[in-house]
Ligand binder design. Structure first.
Ligand SMILES: C=C1C[C@]23C[C@@]1(O)CC[C@H]2[C@@]12CCC[C@@](C)(C(=O)O1)[C@H]2[C@@H]3C(=O)O
Ligand SMILES: O=C(O)CCC(=O)C(=O)O
Ligand SMILES: [Fe+2]
Length: 364
């Protein structure tokens, strides 16, 4: 079966994981992490990074919160996808104990020594393992975060980290992925229904029960340590996900923001037991731009460590995703050319936030 591991072979990234810092030992923000700098002579603030958007955040508009038991949920979801590209869900059926367990595994992982974590480092052309976010290479400054990506099994890396208790943590990952997969399937059909697309009308997705049998996923654990100078640092730089959709668990520390057209950055506050759903670039293509992927970023905090787990859900890696025929007509041409997830991850590794527009078809 084709796998996501092929995605980065042609675009290896040298992120110098060996220079990763022990964040907890730092009392000052190193210059390499300062996205905004203070001029030593006149104390003015300068921004050396053209990619750093303004820090202001607006609070008068809220990301929709949707109860999945509401009979009206598909309609509400459709509306949220069209207008926000992101929403939170409650009553999703996932027990709180699973969030506690995955958080304990993340905690055990990120609290290992740097030396230990580097034994599980991601290789330049690999997809799984410990390191910096892949998007680091597109910015002149480093981000105040560390991450661990899991594609398929974490076994190879977990044995390095915990030779005696890797099984316990592998089991947690398996259970978490199982639960996320079921939720992702349910959400996908709700979103597709809201676009008027039925199970029979998406051939690659339908297994015997229309269950996205060959869909592919990755789990991305993020840690944002407390930061001595949070106003000048960046946890995770603005990006869209390359997925169909992403399901994000966040601990009780805020930091996630989404960009809302005409408004600016809007906070997505942690909701006890809630999950954040954001639409990715592949759904943007599939919906022919009707449900756009949302730009998001993470800011950091002076006193508390933020932890999050992103379940990145996509199609089988070698299936072509294209604007759905039902969303194309005499008045609306196809806006994007077909692309596979593997190919798109390569495009993203090369062009980053311009990847989506690089697939745009010109008007004839
Ligand atoms: C499947 C994937 C999507 C992702 C790259 C990855 O191989 C695993 C990590 C994902 C992530 C999470 C943080 C933001 C992001 C842009 C990145 O650098 O790594 C996404 C990638 C993506 O969606 O393109
Ligand atoms: O930590 C967060 O809230 C967001 C993480 C994220 O955007 C990602 O992993 O893609
Ligand atoms: Fe993301």
């Amino acid at each position: 079966m084709p796998s996501l591991s092929e995605a980065f072979r042609e675009h290896p990234l040298h992120l110098h994981h060996n220079k990763l810092l022990d964040f907890n030992s730092l009392e000052e923000l190193p210059d390499s992490y300062a996205w905004i700098q203070i001029d030593q002579d006149d104390h003015t603030i300068t921004n050396p990074n053209p990619n750093y958007p303004s820090n202001s955040c607006h609070g008068d508009e809220n990301v929709p919160i949707i109860n999945l038991n509401d009979p009206n949920a598909p309609k509400l979801i459709g509306n949220a996808c069209k207008t926000w590209g992101v929403f939170q869900v409650v009553n999703h059926g996932i027990p709180m104990s699973l969030f506690r367990d995955i958080q304990q595994t993340g905690q055990a992982l990120f609290s290992c020594s740097t030396h230990q974590k580097l034994k599980a480092a991601r290789t330049p052309d690999g997809v799984s393992g410990y390191g910096r976010a892949r998007i680091s290479s597109f910015f002149p400054k480093l981000m105040w975060s560390e991450c661990f990506t899991i594609v398929e099994s974490p076994l190879e890396h977990f044995i390095q980290l915990w030779p005696h208790e890797y099984n316990k943590h592998c089991d947690v990952v398996v259970q978490y992925e199982e639960a996320m997969k079921k939720l992702a399937q349910k959400l996908m059909w709700m979103v597709l229904t809201s676009l008027g697309i039925s199970k029979e009308e998406l051939k690659w997705a339908a297994g015997p029960k229309g269950e996205f049998k060959w869909a592919c996923s990755a789990l991305h654990l993020n840690s944002y340590p407390s930061c001595p100078d949070p106003d000048r640092a960046m946890g995770l730089a603005p990006h869209t996900d390359s997925t169909l959709l992403t399901i994000l668990y966040q601990n009780d520390v805020s930091g996630l923001q989404v960009l809302r057209e005409g408004v600016g950055w809007v906070a997505v506050p942690p909701l006890p037991g809630g999950l954040v759903i954001n639409m990715g670039d592949l759904f943007h293509i599939l919906s022919n731009g009707s449900y756009p992927s949302v730009l998001h970023r993470v800011l950091v905090n002076r006193t508390r460590q933020r932890f999050s787990v992103a379940y990145l859900y996509g199609p089988p890696p070698n299936v072509h995703i294209r604007p759905h025929p039902k969303l194309i007509g005499p008045n609306r041409r196809a806006l994007y050319r077909p692309v596979t997830w593997n190919e798109y991850l390569g495009t993203k590794a090369k062009y980053f936030n311009k990847a989506l527009s690089s697939l745009q078809l010109c008007a004839t």
